[in-house]
Design a protein around this ligand. Structure first.
Ligand code: GLN
Length: 290
């Protein structure tokens, strides 16, 4: 047992409550859930393990880890970043400093892509997919996990992000159907592709400073900053994609909450036909344009 840290001599249950109240006092939004996740990870216990061992005392080694996790969460570092992984589309994805934490909203892009491919009964074909700015590989790997005949390329400007995406592909058994390329958006690729997806940086530069601290202080700004009006990446990617798509290929973008009209217009300007109306995320915000 360590000499008198804040969690010394406590049971798991008591440590969980102490941590939750510390997080609450520091303005963390979901203190109970976060405390359970951080203590569970520090102790290597899942939900059930935490419940069944609630009355055992935490060890000195465990306390050291809990204290370190606590200090990090107090700076609004997201739990997923502290733990180094996040679930997306049912897949466990490793993260690094170079990748965004995958957002539930982004699952809208995956769902829209699968729906379109299935509607048009292309899902059984050997589809070729590109994910531009793949980060952790979230969108690409989710799609490959659902489409057993598809192969895909993830691009990113960040070598560190590509290393993380590659690791995720390996861990998920998808490395044989995926490859990763460093380039500016899609500049290094030659088509044709059946599906191009992208969640590019789309926050207006001036709005970065007022993002939630969890995002502003811990997500890579390279993956967030979309220039003065937030649309810089779409202006580059849309014409690139238009030349890379197969005749019946589909381009799907994640967009910011107020960008679906402008991004649709950019797509029309590049000669693309809008195939259906934008898809809303679970919060009711238009999130995917295709
Ligand atoms: N959805 C992210 C956020 O809310 C932004 C992601 C992006 O710019 N592509 O911070």
């Amino acid at each position: 047992m360590s000499a008198g840290g804040p969690f010394a001599g406590l049971t798991i249950e008591a440590a969980r409550r102490v941590l939750a109240s510390q997080l609450r006092a520091n303005g963390i939004e979901s203190p109970d859930l976060d405390a359970r996740m951080l203590i569970g990870a520090a102790l290597g216990l899942d939900h059930t393990g935490l419940a069944t061992q609630a009355s055992r005392l935490i060890t000195g080694v465990e306390e050291t880890t809990i204290v370190s996790f606590t200090q990090r969460r107090m700076t609004h570092e997201p739990v997923a970043r502290i733990l180094g992984h996040k679930e997306f589309w049912g897949l466990d994805l490793r993260l690094s400093d170079a990748t965004l934490v995958p957002r539930p909203d982004t699952e809208t892009v995956v769902a829209a892509a699968l729906e379109i491919l299935q509607n048009e009964s292309r899902a059984t074909r050997a589809l070729r997919i590109v994910d531009i700015g793949t980060g952790s590989g979230a969108i690409l790997l989710a799609l490959l996990s659902e489409l057993p005949n598809a192969t895909g390329i993830g691009t990113d400007i960040s070598m560190a992000a590509l290393a993380t995406a590659e690791l995720n592909a390996l861990r998920l058994g998808l490395a044989g159907r995926s490859s990763f390329v460093q380039c500016d958006y899609a500049a290094a690729l030659s088509g044709p592709f059946d599906l191009i997806v992208s969640n590019p940086p789309y926050i207006r530069s001036a709005e970065i400073a007022s993002l939630d601290r969890d995002v502003r202080d811990h997500d890579p700004h390279l993956a967030l900053d979309g220039g003065a009006d937030g649309l810089d990446a779409y202006r580059v990617i849309t014409p690139q994609a238009a030349t890379l798509l197969a005749p019946d290929g589909v381009l799907i973008f994640e967009v910011g909450h107020d960008q679906s009209t402008q991004v649709s217009a950019l797509m029309r300007t590049a000669g693309l036909t809008l195939s259906s109306s934008p898809r809303a995320d679970l919060g009711g915000t238009f999130r995917a344009v295709m």
